[in-house]
Design a protein around this ligand. Structure first.
Ligand code: ZN
Length: 312
């Protein structure tokens, strides 16, 4: 079995912990990215998304963000001392054997309303990557599900500049195409934390070749997502479907910019033999049949780290 460790740029374990307060992060079988599974899957760094469901009323959204951050500290970090909060990017490279880096991310800025002070408070609490939207529109930008299809508002542009000032990543997954191009112009650290290639599967959540090339030119990052619907348009997919997307992004020059953004705990359908975080070695072994070990190490962790240092 492979000994390559993994960085995963998107999971929704915090949402599951928020929805059912009785769940344990340690070993609940309903959590794809629970602590035991992350250890077994040789995950070195896990991003934990804060996501507020659209049904939550606007004036309650920021409280829900804080509740999920509280759950992150109380259920992920405190009971598991081997989990280390990543506050500064260089801390990923100083993680010791047996330690797992935990990165807090925000999926959709609806909860901050028009108040960038709230965003800075979230930075202070540990948020290191910010996606502007989920599928709907908000005051900063339109998501892929908003038919208006607008890009960033002035507030959205200010928000991206604030991300740059704090070395925080700007995540384009879920963002409208017009919003994507605005972010590419402005963001120091553009990433697509969980998106696939539209050329391989036509879905609004996937990226066109032009978008993929722009992320490569910007020395950004694309986390390939393990959701069957975004892999082949159906409810059933295999690891070869993931390889098709990786092959395609590589054919556009993206070999050094690809990683994994599983979307575990946010997806109801799974890829065969890749149903939770403990199964990464199956994916890595399949990749090792097609790519050199150096390239697979890039996909698994080094491309993300290199993107952070902007040192390609
Ligand atoms: Zn998502």
């Amino acid at each position: 079995m492979s000994t390559i460790s993994v960085i995963d740029t998107h999971c929704d374990a915090l949402l599951k912990l928020w929805e059912d307060r009785k769940l344990s992060f340690t070993d609940s079988i309903s959590i794809d990215c629970n602590a035991e599974r992350l250890v077994k899957g040789q995950v070195k760094v896990q991003c934990f998304a804060i996501f507020v469901e659209p049904f939550v009323k606007q004036d309650q959204k920021f409280s829900v963000v804080l509740e999920q951050i509280d759950l992150f500290y109380q259920k992920v970090l405190t009971p598991h001392p081997q989990f280390k909060l990543i506050r500064h990017w260089h801390e990923i490279e100083t993680l010791e054997d047996g330690e797992i880096g935990a990165i807090l991310t925000l999926e959709g800025v609806d909860p901050i309303g028009d108040d960038l002070a709230r965003l800075r408070i979230l930075y202070e609490l540990g948020v290191r990557s910010v996606g502007l939207t989920w599928n709907q529109a908000n005051l900063c930008a339109d998501g892929v599900g908003e038919t208006r299809g607008a890009g960033l508002s002035n507030l959205g542009k200010e928000l991206v500049k604030e991300n740059n000032r704090y070395n925080v990543l700007t995540d384009v997954s879920h963002l409208s195409e017009a919003g994507f191009w605005d972010v590419i112009k402005l963001a120091d650290y553009p990433i697509a934390s969980h998106s696939n290639a539209k050329a391989k599967c036509v879905h609004p959540r996937n990226l066109t070749d032009e978008q993929i090339k722009a992320l490569i030119d910007a020395k950004g990052f694309i986390g390939v997502v393990f959701y069957p619907l975004f892999l082949n348009g159906t409810n059933h997919a295999t690891i070869s479907d993931i390889l098709h997307h990786i092959d395609h992004i590589c054919s556009l020059g993206g070999e050094k910019f690809i990683g994994f953004g599983s979307d575990f705990d946010g997806i109801d359908k799974k890829v065969e033999n890749l149903k939770n975080a403990e199964m990464y070695p199956v994916l890595l072994n399949e990749l090792l049949k097609h790519y050199s070990e150096e390239t697979v190490r890039g996909f698994a962790n080094e491309n993300f780290i290199r993107m952070l240092s902007k040192n390609v």
